[in-house]
Ligand binder design. Sequence first.
Ligand code: GGG
Length: 352
Amino acid sequence: MTQRIAVVPGDGIGPEVVEATRTVLDAVAEAHGLDLAYDTYDWSCRRYLEHGAMMPEDGLDVLRPYDAILLGAVGWPGVPDHVSLWGLLIPIRRAFRQYVNLRPVAVLEGVASPLRDARPGEVDLVVVRENVEGEYSEIGGRLNRGFPDEMAVQESVFTRAGVTRVVDYAFALARARGGSLTSATKSNGIVHTLPFWDEVVAERAAEFPDVDWDAEHIDALAAKLVLDPGRFDVIVGSNLFGDILSDLAAAVAGSIGVAPSANLDPTRTYPSMFEPVHGSAPDIAGQGKANPIGTLWSAALMLDHLGHAEAGDDLLSAVRATVRSSATRTPDLGGTARTTEVAAAVTAQVKG
Ligand code: GGG
């Protein structure tokens, strides 16, 4: 049966890394006999500047029937970041109840971590970011615009259902990995929402008695991720904490250019969305230097989610082999390879 994938390349380097990934996916599909079909949508800041909206009014209805969504990057100078994000990425995450944002982090062989003790094989963790509530909330407003007493209020939203489901996902993942769980909190300073988060984590822990877990305040956790990244396995955090921690962890692993993410609806009622963690990088857009590894790794997560675990593993092995060779590393990894050359090298690995 054909599986249909909606492709939204987006802005900046998004189209470059997505095109590279599409080439590789064709090779993976051929090698594994997969029947994947793609439709591409030009929803982006360019569209916003031309039509006043990042996507058409019925954009979410267009995406709903797909089996998965592959997204590149969002954001471009001239369009405020909150406009581009709340006009495309965040509505998709929310409408399709993608309440888990899964962000694996590993030091790949050939990628130098800025930390002398973080070596390949020693850092292998997953950040589970709550993806549809928390600090990313539309509730709030601005008052007295332009006056000296101007003010802004933003409400964080933590629901029992929302915290429970993401924490359960993280505990189950830690169990499946034979690892441990760390909960990111800040319940000493944030007096309502994060003590509530802590309570729910402790309650859910009782359902997973075989999983070791602890809670760390986000400030200490950030320091420990730098000082001893190898001690972490699964980290669960609220929307904002998970976002920041996963960028930090990606930097610890050597480059945000290789970091993947999966926005998952674990119930599979709606399509899940796969995107690199990095943004649109306008400074290098159009130069052919973008690192496609984050998108390729995200595509491997997509294949796994679509039921093609072996194809996903093969793609990830091809990515690992490509990064191992200095000739096929992009400038962010200290190499000189172009985006298309990396894609060609991964394709060659896939074809074996
Ligand atoms: N690859 C998607 C992208 O452009 N992400 C940039 C970004 O700012 N994301 C914010 C978020 O994940 O909350």
